[in-house]
Design a protein around this ligand. Structure first.
Ligand code: GRF
Length: 198
């Protein structure tokens, strides 16, 4: 499978997906933030990159160009990794069951932002991260994998985030590899034909 990774920032999960690639190859790193630090890393590694800011052109035009870049690169699966933009329903429909995301909580707990602070404030004994299929519902698609870490006395959102991030870097490549290599276990995502290129 040919993977595109979508980032908005530092891209540490993107780096983990590139460095631990197994059963898939990363053919494009794309961003809504042309100055995302992770893009520079990808370029230095010789990876193909694409970046465009939706500012000024609007979300629909931005996503149309993104979609064209993904199809031109022959992408079959999209991995969101710190991509801070909501994907439109239309885009989800065009890539149904072919977009995955990593979220820094034990879903279905703490969808959305500020997950670590919320877990600490709730008095949870564990935090963690989840890899899931992206659907129209925010952080709501089917779970593909999860990793847990303890919440320790004295933790704040930053110390917990750092502990969870280490788990993310192990979970995401492993889960993506399983997802692309065992299609039988995962709906009919890869039995169906890819959408036509327009
Ligand atoms: C990660 O914690 C990820 O789970 C969340 O945003 C953070 C992105 O970090 N969605 P990075 O850009 O991968 O370093």
């Amino acid at each position: 499978h040919k993977i595109a990774i979508l980032i908005s920032g530092r891209g540490s999960n993107m780096m983990a997906l590139v460095e631990q690639a197994r059963g898939y190859s990363v053919v494009l790193v794309a961003s809504d933030k042309p100055d995302a630090p992770g893009l520079a890393w990808a370029r230095e590694r010789g990876l193909a990159t694409w970046a465009l800011s939706p500012r000024g052109i609007g979300k629909a035009a931005y996503e149309a160009q993104l979609d064209a870049a993904l199809r031109a690169a022959g992408v079959t699966v999209i991995a969101l990794a710190g991509y801070m933009r909501l994907v439109s329903d239309d885009f989800v429909a065009r890539w149904r069951d072919r977009i995955v995301n990593i979220h820094p909580s034990l879903l279905p707990l703490y969808k959305g932002l500020d997950t670590h602070r919320r877990a600490i404030e709730a008095g949870d004994a564990e935090g963690g991260c989840s890899v899931h299929i992206v659907t129209e519902e925010l952080d709501g698609g089917r779970l593909l994998g999860q990793a847990r870490v303890p919440i320790l006395p004295g933790d704040d959102a930053d110390t917990l985030a750092a502990r969870v991030l280490i788990a993310e870097h192990a979970l995401y490549p492993r889960t993506l590899a399983e997802f692309v290599m065992s299609p039988a276990d995962h709906i009919h995502a890869f039995a169906t034909t890819l959408p036509e290129v327009e």
